[in-house]
Design a protein around this ligand. Structure first.
Ligand SMILES: [Mg+2]
Length: 320
């Protein structure tokens, strides 16, 4: 199959048709219209087989996940996702694989009203690069640099399930079938917090999405905001699957230090706390307060039951 046949068969005329796209797939460039008084938010993420996903990942999950991780970055800035372009490197043309892969991608694109406006295909080791674009009212984007001393630190949902999926497979942990399935679903089909991100505009003082692990991503906010933080490890939300599958200190380590969760981590002032909680409730999100911003630039202070607590050192290494 030639490249243009491939594009025609799997991409042209598929997905949503946004009215702000004048020219989509099929010309040298796409042409889109950014609304007045909005800024364009742009992010790129690459997924490489064997580095970011196992070779036997279902292609539908891969299509979903590749787009989801990019939409998560837009969510973290409070942007509304609009358009994406796709760089696809394939070892060979496998119509069945492509059908499933593009289906997974189109499903999430349609759900979030995002249009695939272009891309490129080449032959080589399986690699997916997506550039996602979104719009945000001028000056209203959430950034990593606005956290203030006294702000509360929140997350939008359970952490550590994707980690459980990966580590249980690597280490042959004996998970029950339903726990294994629910963890794998979180890894394969992450739900980017797009609505929550937009709801936090003008309310949160800083935000980031959790891709590299709660502590690592929080440290990005702390560095950019020139502050530090106190985190209550016992407040970090974890699924039942994670809680009863492995010892508690290992579960906490996965939740705090692993990543691939794609929940939002953000800070909010005491004054905005109530409005934030009620706004997120409107979107079905239960925000969980896990700590507070502190002055200084020491390391993050970890507590458990209000006592100093250290992350267990033994255990796993990140999937790479
Ligand atoms: Mg990010």
């Amino acid at each position: 199959m030639k490249e243009f046949e491939l594009i025609n068969r799997y991409f042209t005329g598929r997905g949503v048709t946004r009215r702000d796209v004048d020219v989509g797939i099929g010309d040298d460039c796409a042409l889109v219209n950014v609304p007045d008084n909005c800024q364009l938010a742009i992010t790129t993420d690459t997924l490489v087989e064997g580095v970011h996903f196992f070779a036997d990942i279902p292609p539908r999950a891969l299509g979903h996940r590749a787009l989801a991780v990019n939409l998560s970055d837009l969510a973290a800035m409070g942007a509304e996702p609009t358009w994406v372009s796709l760089g696809l490197t394939l070892p060979k043309i496998d119509p069945e694989w492509l059908e499933e892969f593009t289906e997974g991608m189109h499903e999430i694109a349609e759900y979030f009203n995002v249009q695939i406006i272009g891309g490129d295909t080449t032959q080589g080791p399986l690699t997916i690069t997506i550039c996602a674009k979104g719009t945000v009212p001028k000056g209203k984007a959430l950034t990593r640099s606005g956290a203030n001393v006294g702000d509360w630190i929140y997350v939008t949902g359970n952490l550590g399930d994707a980690a459980l999926a990966i580590e249980s497979r690597k280490n042959n942990w004996p998970l029950s079938e339903s726990d294994a399935a629910s963890a794998l679903k979180k890894f394969h089909y992450p739900s980017p917090r797009v609505a929550a991100g937009q709801a936090l505009r003008g309310i949160a003082s800083s935000a980031i999405d959790i891709s590299d692990g709660l502590l690592a991503d929080l440290s990005h906010i702390l560095r950019r905001s020139d502050v530090t933080a106190q985190i209550h490890a016992d407040k970090v939300p974890m699924s039942d699957a994670l809680r009863h599958s492995i010892p508690q200190d290992q579960a906490l380590k996965l939740a705090l230090a692993y990543g691939d969760d794609y929940e939002l981590l953000y800070t909010v002032s005491q004054d905005n706390k109530l409005i934030m909680e009620s706004k997120l409730h409107q979107y079905g999100v239960e925000p969980i307060c896990i700590g507070q911003i502190q002055p200084g630039n020491d390391d993050i202070e970890l507590l458990y039951d209000n006592q100093p607590w250290l992350l267990p050192e033994s255990g796993f290494e990140h999937f790479s």
